[in-house]
Write a protein that binds this ligand. Structure first.
Ligand code: NDP
Length: 399
């Protein structure tokens, strides 16, 4: 029996992971499940998987979690320290599916006890790729990609010499606003941004898909995971989301990974790696699909792609600041304080401001990442305030 833990089990990736585990209860023993505000679901999952411990990130919800787990024999805990303690309990395989910068510390804790870490939380690699990789090496741990694009690249690279890779092509659906003009994008609302045409995902990553910030993170993730130089990583709009990524080799061959837009493929691949096992995903009928479409991304409409390259160029803690500024910008957009296209303006202002304090040269540790995160959130709050004041001025001058 393999011991497994799921960080962020109540989210979209987490629930898909629980679904796969539930299908083979005899193969797995659940150590830790962690969630955020949804303690009802967390308790239900912990009961059904007979977890050792269930942890909510929120101290104020400990009472509710305890009540929901009453009589189950599952330990209940709350808060960041409890989450990291649970993540560090010995497990053979752990899923890192917390959203955002909060996923870094639990992921590191799992690596420190030598687990195979299935990494959906791309933010960890963007903020602290070298730290994640060094921790895995030091403790004999393994990191497996779960993002569908990176799982695709990982599968295409199996058995290939790293030196034979010429380029990696990441596909992007183009998100909710694929066909919108730059002018219309300025009017986009949070309700419109959370509707993804192909994938059923958490709220934040769906907004990041619409702004292409998700693809920006994935470019950096590709560099950190596979050591591919930034100028060899391309992005291609592919509305059908069936080809997840392609790897081009020096002999001109391209290996494409094709499958339905269902995260249970990438999660299941990481769960059963290095074997392949049957998975409950749809099989594609190419005759029915008929055609696949591709186009180049419009970098003028989507500045996130350019920002990703600037972040990689700057290095150091710039990735950590990028993640935090982007998270703060998404919050401000959800609160209707800034417009959809202003999210990129906020991130750019923060990166510009912090580049002056030597962020690019700083050493990456958990503490320095947290510090850069705080500085970026302060910078983002100022930038959001500045944009609000600017729009107020426009409003008054128009009125
Ligand atoms: P969701 O928003 O659906 O779920 C996030 C999970 O993290 C939930 O369990 C949530 O708890 C928990 N959580 C939220 N905030 C905190 C916090 N501060 N501390 C601890 N736990 C917290 O996200 P997704 O499942 O969509 O995404 C998870 C990660 O996987 C992200 O990094 C995303 O980029 C990546 N990813 C997602 C894909 C997808 O298809 N969804 C595809 C590829 C990558 P609760 O809900 O109980 O509040």
């Amino acid at each position: 029996m393999r011991r497994i833990s799921i960080f962020g089990s109540t989210g979209s990736v987490g629930c898909n992971t629980v679904d796969l585990i539930r299908r083979a209860p005899e193969a797995f023993r659940t150590v830790a499940l962690t969630g955020g505000r949804n303690v009802t679901l967390l308790a239900e999952q912990a009961r059904s998987l007979r977890a050792e411990v269930a942890v909510t990130a929120h101290d104020d919800l400990l009472g509710n979690l305890r009540e929901a787990l009453d009589g189950s024999g599952v330990e209940a805990a709350a808060g960041e320290a409890a989450l990291i303690e649970a993540a560090g309990r010995p497990a053979d395989w752990a899923m890192s599916a917390i959203v955002g910068a909060a996923g870094l510390a639990p992921g590191l804790a799992a690596l420190e006890q030598g687990a195979v870490l299935a990494l959906a939380n791309k933010e960890s690699l963007v903020a602290a790729g070298p730290l994640m990789m060094a921790t895995a090496r030091a403790h004999g741990a393994t990191i497996l990609p779960v993002d569908s694009e990176h799982s695709a690249v990982f599968q295409a690279l199996r058995g290939e010499a790293p030196g034979a890779v010429e380029r990696v092509i990441l596909t992007a659906s183009g998100g909710a606003f694929r066909d919108w003009t730059a002018e219309r994008l300025t009017e986009a609302t949070p309700e419109e941004a959370v509707r993804h045409p192909n994938w059923d995902m958490g709220q934040r990553i769906t907004i990041d898909s619409a702004s292409l910030f998700n693809k920006a993170l994935e470019i950096i993730e590709t560099r950190e995971f596979f050591g591919i130089e930034p100028d060899r990583i391309e992005v291609l709009i592919h509305p059908e989301s069936l080809i997840h990524a392609m790897v081009g080799f020096q002999d001109g061959a391209l290996l494409a990974h094709i499958g339905p837009p269902d995260m249970r493929h990438a999660i299941g691949y990481a769960l059963h790696w290095p074997e392949r096992q049957a998975l409950p995903v749809a099989r594609l009928d190419f005759a029915a699909i008929g055609q696949l479409n591709f186009s180049a991304p419009d970098e003028a409409r989507y500045p996130a792609l350019r920002l990703a390259r600037e972040v990689m160029g700057a290095g150091g803690l710039t990735g950590a600041a990028f993640i935090a500024a982007k998270e703060a910008a998404v919050d401000a957009f959800l609160e209707r304080r800034i417009g959809f296209t202003e999210m990129a303006v906020v991130v750019e202002r923060v990166i510009e401001k912090l580049s002056g304090v030597g962020l690019g040269k700083a050493e990456i540790t958990l503490d320095s990442v947290r510090h850069a995160d705080q500085m970026a959130r302060i910078g983002a709050a100022e930038a959001v305030g500045g944009l609000e004041a600017e729009s107020e001025r426009v409003w008054i001058s128009q009125g």
